[in-house]
Design a protein around this ligand. Structure first.
Ligand code: GUN
Ligand code: ZN
Length: 430
């Protein structure tokens, strides 16, 4: 008989998208819920008492008041930037040249890349993150390092070789041809192997020649099963630079579209300073945008228009953007998304924030059938929150009259101490 595990506690359940439906119709918490796990997957989600009665042989883990959530999904990160997170005083282009590129150069050593990949997954798992979509470096072994580390943990990771053939230092440039060849070989090695998902990854228009963007557009046409990830309209100076580099383009998005790099499986990080035409094209094509709130304040980029873009039915994910972001924690990231919403005049509800960090990010990566929800058939990637993890949070939660009043202090003030347990493919991580 297959081994079964039954998690009991408060369960976070999604019936619809709370960014386009009333949150109260879309998100529920069952105060006495249960999640049954078998063979790495969720096999039933129901009330705890029923599952306990029907599956008396299962191993029971009772989390009582703990909130059982889908594992957090971080939709845009740079794992190679783990060791230079929180570097002081620069804006985007200077920040890349001063801190980021020198650190990415260190990953030319495969042993260092493997060390950083393992360190990164340790740090993010401790924060309750079970899937990330990551940039790497130009080195193919940096892709292997992350997928190998993820496979050892049974973890679903999306990643791809970061491609750049100009405006980057010696040792950090590939060519149009080598970017195509190396990416193609990595797709053959990794796409769909276990839980690995490949994303074709031009870093951003300023560090790719038109030849490289075209080569990667052609590669994507040959491998439409892959995602394509890049950066879009993060900072005003960057947009002016793109205008100089691509004088014939209608706008920043057009630099990608012209080269075959806009489509439904496209995932664009930041997307803060968009023109109406760009928003229309993104909405028409079904591409996803990723909000990186701690990065956007830390590097001084601007305020993402969550309410406006979600109202256009554009899929939006949530992300740390490590190490441009200032935290590995999706709780801290939800808090920053709330704060940016306030600065733009929309208070995101805790139900919306939790959805963005799980199902919303999963949908932006086209992984909603596998992760991001507590539902039968999906992988058992689960994070259990302690809603009273510090004295400050506990005294606030003790006064809560609704579940959302109890959850919100953990979103705003919680950190890795709020992560009670993390399950990946049905395995408890310690
Ligand atoms: N734009 C191009 N590369 C990067 C990066 O590494 N981080 C951020 N935040 N923006 C970028
Ligand atoms: Zn980024």
């Amino acid at each position: 008989m297959t081994h079964k595990t039954l998690l009991l506690g408060q369960t976070l359940l999604f019936d619809a998208d709370p960014m386009t439906h009333a949150w109260s119709d879309a998100v529920r918490v069952d105060p006495a819920g249960g999640v049954l796990i078998s063979d790495g997957h969720i096999t039933a989600v129901s009330d705890g008492a029923t599952l306990l009665r029907d599956h008396p042989q299962s191993q029971v883990v009772d989390y009582a008041d703990g909130l059982i959530c889908p594992g957090f999904v971080d939709a845009h990160v740079h794992y190679p930037q783990t060791a230079m997170i929180a570097s002081w005083g620069k804006r985007l282009i200077d920040w890349l040249n001063t801190y980021t590129f020198p650190e990415e150069l260190r990953l030319s050593d495969p042993a260092y890349a493997a060390e950083i990949a393992a360190r990164y997954l340790d740090l993010t798992t401790a924060c309750g993150t079970t899937t990330v979509c990551s940039f790497t470096t130009i080195h193919p072994h940096s892709v292997d390092a992350l997928f190998d580390a993820a496979a050892a943990r049974g973890q679903c990771v999306v990643a791809g070789k970061t491609c750049m053939d100009r405006n980057a230092p010696d040792g950090l440039r590939d060519t149009a041809q080598s970017a195509y060849d190396d990416s193609k070989a990595l797709i053959a090695r990794w796409q769909g192997q276990g839980r690995a998902q490949y994303a074709i990854t031009p870093r951003f228009s300023p560090t790719s020649s038109v030849e490289q963007l075209s080569a990667l557009g052609a590669l994507w046409a040959e491998h439409p099963e892959c995602l394509m990830q890049t950066h879009l309209s993060e900072q005003v100076d960057e947009i002016a630079w793109v205008r100089d580099l691509y004088p014939d383009a209608r706008d920043y998005l057009d630099t990608y579209e012209t080269h075959g790099l806009l489509g439904e499986r496209g995932v664009f990080g930041h997307a803060i300073h968009l023109t109406p035409r760009e928003v229309d094209r993104i909405a028409e094509t079904g591409a996803a945008l990723v909000h990186c709130p701690t990065s956007n304040t830390f590097i001084g980029s601007g305020l993402f228009d969550m309410a406006g873009l979600a109202a256009r039915n554009i899929p939006v994910g949530l992300a740390t953007d490590t190490g441009g972001g200032s935290s590995f924690s999706m709780l801290r990231t939800m808090a920053a998304a709330y704060e940016i919403g306030q600065l733009r005049g929309t208070a995101l509800h805790p139900a919306q924030l939790m959805w963005l960090a799980t199902a919303g990010s999963a949908r932006s990566l086209h992984l909603q059938d596998q992760i991001g929800h507590l539902r039968a058939g999906g992988y058992a990637d689960i994070t259990v929150l302690d809603l009273a993890s510090t004295p400050a949070i506990a005294q606030r939660a003790a006064q809560a009259e609704t579940i959302w009043e109890a959850v919100f202090p953990t979103i705003m003030m919680g950190d890795d101490r709020a992560i009670r347990d993390v399950w990946i493919a049905g395995q408890l991580q310690r």
